[in-house]
Design a protein. Sequence first.
Length: 476
Amino acid sequence: MADQNIMEKIVSLCKRRGFVYQSSEIYGGTGSVYDYGPLGTQLKNNLKSVWWQKFVIAREDIVGVDSAVIQNPKVWEASGHLASFTDPLVECRKCHNRFRYDHVEEIQKLKVKSQNNKSKFKIWFDSISPEQKSMLKCSKGGEHEFTEAMDFNLMFKTFIGPVEESSSVAYLRPETAQGIFINFQNILQSTRVKVPFGIAQIGKAFRNEITPGNFIFRTREFEQMEIEYFIKPNKEESEKSYQEWVELSEKFYTDLGIKKENLRIRPHEKEELSHYSIGTSDIEYKFPFGMSELGGIAQRTDFDLKQHERVSGKDLKYFDEETGRKYLPYVVEPSLGVDRAMLAFLVDAYDESDGSDGRAAGEVTLRLNPRIAPIKVAVFPLVKKDKLPEIAKEIYRKLQECGMSAYYDESGSVGRRYRRQDEIGTPLCVTVDFETLNDNKVTIRHRDTMKQVRVHKDAVWAYVEQRVLNPEKFFK
């Protein structure tokens, strides 16, 4: 199956089963802006919850913050976003479509490289996305006629107050990091944390991307999960912490089921480093459209705190009680995109049966890790009579009361109900049958192996909890 074909099937599945919808679809949609349906919302919330539990709740050295989307414009002056948060933009004089110049340049180079071999070129051309194909050929025919590249600021501009004038200009934040830096002193004073320590945040960011695409991979509104980890101001300490966060970040993905062979750590070349970074690595994932950034770890030094101290005129230094000196700490920033992570987990979990595993050829199973699966357990009565629905609903309600994301279904054959749950990644299904009336036991069926076990109806909660919260038991 071609990779792009897999992508199309995942997009279709997301719409059909309520993971992701095109935003404002009834009005023709809004370009590269998406709404999350019931299952997508639950999957995102589970992903964020696991991350927060791992990096904030379970650690003594990291605290959380939730900063505003709209901040004083001087924040973006200090951070450099007003001056340098740009992409090179070119426009075709014939079709008037706009593209990022560096993306066009990269695609053109790959085209030239593969054209020497017609077969190789066809394989490459078939593998690239529709957005990338549009960079090669003009919709008005022939080659594009591009303008000179010009800088385009990616921040969304808005206004505070009733009058739209220069003094009321504000911006939607293009990243969540600055909300952490401007609250650095507040957090020092209210929590009394000591270096080394981190501040974590999950929140929305907005970028007016020139060429968004590839479904929820590159969008204009997205969510980030990141940490600013403050350390002593020296390169050795920064490098040590940086390497630790690279390992921890990769482990976060693999612990939740991403296959390690689909991940790659790519250190940035010197010429591609951001202005604030002395070292950055991207964690890349093998998406159907190619290896692309899933998250990143950056050594930001003391750049941000120094800039905010300069522009605000406030003392942002940390006082080290052990040495009696004040300094601006260095920062290591592990960051990941929630939407991109969700797409990676969906791609990695997507499995289409070849007919040899007890399923019909073509049947889809989302082999999501139970900790992030939207629904943990589905409950069925075998038939809609003889008190089976009453028993099934009792089990279902008990699971809900205990905080388990459960689903009740009595429509269609049990086999069809199993397939519906497999397709959305539900790890376990509980079926109340006629034997239940005699022995008070129910059948619990495992998604991946389709193995079935009999469990007393009063022990269902404990059985499900053990396998959802401890996936290693589920996958045995």
